[in-house]
Structure formats: structure tokens, C-alpha cells
Design a protein around this ligand. Structure first.
Ligand code: KG4
Ligand code: ZN
Length: 342
């Protein structure tokens, strides 16, 4: 089954072609980082307009690269939520309409489910059930996964997502947008012993997270050391990264023990963080699975793959163009046959 995947939930236009037998045939991404950098964060209206500009050329290029035609597609998958309403609408309207014009089925994919499934594109698959750590710019969640669509929320952030905290710390250190990768790079030259940042909510039982206090701690440290030298920046970035990674590590260990699982799948933009990968692999009594770097942050391939998993067993999204800016993952069900929908 050949599926076109479209990702437009935030500030990246992703288009990919995934074949259920031969794998990924094309995976193209246009990042809007430069467009939003001057504003220090994503401007939703600019994001939507840029998706409109890029989506058609990217789809054409993906088809060319894969050497296939629109008529070869067996289905179209698009991110239907969660995300920015206007941005989602671009991909959903384009994807749903394209599928209708071709007489092929379409599916609206849950963006976080797509992140979660991305590591399953790797050769080694984790056995079910496993624990998933989802760490992106909008979500920090621990989920017990019994199968596709069978998700039990074990814990999540009560305030900022960990990626959001990385971005905000990057901004306060003057490292630009998006902050996550910049903080990670800056932290490499930092002294881990100079500052000790808190590990929020690790001193009590439970699997929820809170990162806003950690962000405020970073801000207070920044304010207390003005003007910042480049070494101050590196030391603060390092202290923040260590605290964030430690917090995630402690909660993953607890979640694995609570579920009796020996496999952890880590996904979402922050799973690209090298220190997080190293620490989880070295310090968890579990096998850690993650996607290749390009498939950790937003991309069309994960949408195509997740869509393919659901389309291939007969699930379809009806003809109306539906997007859900807020969409709890626990509302998903295992792939199901839908009658009457094209
Ligand atoms: O999954 P993603 O691309 O988009 C959302 O669904 O939100 O995640 C983006 C987040 C941003 O907050 C970004 O700063 C963070 O992932 N990120 C990182 C790294 N690469 C991306 N955070 C820490 N270290 C990284 N290497
Ligand atoms: Zn994402």
C-alpha cells in the first residue's frame, strides 16, 4: 500500500511517501524556522500561509523523487491534530480533497501517535506492551502501549512541555529559535558541577511532570549573572539539560517498573537530544528504542507510516475536513473498519 503523508501541524511542512512493503520512498521537509526566528516563536498565521505556499511543490517533488504518480497512491494521510488550527487545516483540506479527487481513501492522523510509531519504522521492533516517552514542543507524556490505538496515559506535564522549556531557556540565553538543539549544543561546553537545578516532582510518587519551575529557576540564574559570559551560558545550558534529562530518566524508570516492561520507546523532537539518549540507554534497566534523528522532529514520514498502519486495515476518515487542535491521545482506538466512508 502506497500512502502519501502530509504534516502541517506547526512550523514544518512535511511530505512523504511510504510503501507498506518497500518502506520510505521519499521524505521531504520545509522548515519555517527562519520565518519565525525574528519573532522568537511560531506566529500561527504566518505558519498557515507558508504551508499553503509549500505543500503543492513538495508533493510534486516527493512524487518525482519516488518515481510514482498520483494515480499510484492507495491513500492519503494527513495530521489532523493536535496542533495549530490554521496550520492543520492546510494539510487536512489539501489531503482530504486530493484523496477525494483521486477516489482514494484518506485518514486524519493523530500527530502524537505518529511520533510514537516513528521508532517502529526501524528494523528492531519493541515487543508489546512497552512504555513510550513522548517529548515534543507541546507534550511530555508517559504512555503504556498495548498496541496501535491502545494507549494508557501514565503521566504527563501539568504545565510546560519539556521541549517548550528547552525553547524558553534557549531564548533567555539569547540562543535564538528553536532553542532545543541550540541549548544542547551550548551545553556541550558547560561545567555540570557549577549549578544544580531542581528535578521537579521527583521527590514524590507519581508519573506527572512539571517544567515551569525549572524554567523559572533558569531565568533566576540568568538574571543573577548579568552580563552573561559565553561560559555562563554554557554552564546554565548544561545545568538545565542535566536537570531535564534526570527528571525524565527518573520518571521513565518508575513507569517501566510500574508496568513491568523492559522496552522503552522514546519519540518526539526532544528524543533527538544526544544526552537524553545516552543517559536513558546507560541508566535504564531496559532496551531503549528511538527513531533516526530526522524522524524525531516533525516530519511527513511518520504521518505516512501511521496512516498506512490504519488505512491498511480498512480505517477511513469520512469526507468532511475535520481537525482537532486539542485531541487527547487516549481517545484513539485500535484501527477499525469504517463503513461508508471513502
Ligand atoms: O516533535 P517536534 O518537532 O514538534 C512538536 O510536536 O512540538 O518537537 C519540537 C521540540 C522543540 O521544542 C525543540 O526545541 C525540541 O523539540 N528539540 C530538542 C532537540 N531537538 C529538537 N530539544 C532538545 N535537544 C534537541 N537536540
Ligand atoms: Zn511533533
Amino acid at each position: 500500500m502506497l500512502v502519501l503523508g502530509i504534516e502541517t501541524s506547526c512550523d514544518e511542512t512535511g511530505v512523504a511517501l511510504c510503501d507498506s512493503r518497500s518502506g520510505l520512498l521519499a521524505n521531504l521537509l520545509h522548515s519555517q524556522a527562519e520565518l519565525h526566528a525574528v519573532y522568537g516563536g511560531v506566529v500561527p498565521e504566518l505558519a498557515s500561509r507558508d504551508h499553503i505556499r509549500k505543500i503543492t511543490p513538495l508533493v510534486r517533488e516527493a512524487l518525482d523523487q519516488a518515481g510514482v504518480q498520483l494515480s499510484d497512491l492507495d491513500g492519503v494521510a494527513y495530521a489532523a491534530g493536535p496542533g495549530l488550527m490554521g496550520a492543520l487545516l492546510v494539510g487536512a483540506a489539501f489531503g482530504r480533497s486530493l484523496a477525494w479527487s483521486l477516489g482514494k481513501p484518506a485518514i486524519g492522523v493523530h500527530h502524537m501517535e505518529a511520533h510514537l510509531l516513528a521508532p517502529l519504522m526501524e528494523a528492531e521492533q519493541p515487543p508489546l506492551p512497552f512504555v513510550a516517552l513522548l517529548v515534543s514542543g507541546g507534550h511530555t507524556q508517559l504512555v503504556k502501549v498495548a498496541g496501535i490505538g491502545a494507549y494508557e496515559m501514565l503521566g504527563e506535564s501539568l504545565d510546560d512541555a519539556v521541549g517548550e522549556a528547552f525553547d524558553k531557556v534557549g531564548k533567555m540565553l539569547g540562543l535564538g529559535y528553536p532553542g532545543g538543539p541550540a541549548v544542547a549544543t551550548c551545553a556541550e561546553g558547560g561545567d555540570a558541577e557549577r549549578f544544580r537545578f531542581p528535578r521537579p516532582m521527583t521527590d514524590r510518587p507519581g508519573l506527572d511532570f512539571s517544567f515551569s519551575g525549572l524554567k523559572t529557576f533558569a531565568l533566576n540564574t540568568v538574571n543573577a549573572h548579568q552580563p552573561l559570559t559565553s561560559q555562563d551560558r554554557a554552564d546554565i545550558a548544561r545545568a538545565f539539560e542535566e536537570a531535564a534529562v534526570d527528571t525524565l530518566l527518573i520518571k521513565c524508570r518508575r513507569a517501566l517498573a510500574a508496568c513491568g516492561c523492559e522496552h522503552l520507546v522514546m519519540a518526539g523532537g526532544v528524543s533527538a537530544n544526544r544526552r537524553l539518549r545516552q543517559r536513558l540507554e546507560a541508566q535504564l534497566d531496559a532496551r531503549v528504542h528511538y527513531a533516526e534523528l530526522a524522524l524525531c522532529t516533525d516530519n511527513g514520514a511518520m504521518i505516512a507510516y501511521a496512516g498506512c498502519e490504519r488505512l491498511s486495515v480498512g480505517e477511513r476518515t469520512p469526507l468532511s475536513i475535520i481537525t482537532r487542535p486539542r485531541w487527547p491521545m487516549t481517545e484513539l482506538s485500535p484501527p477499525a473498519l469504517c463503513s461508508g466512508a471513502q
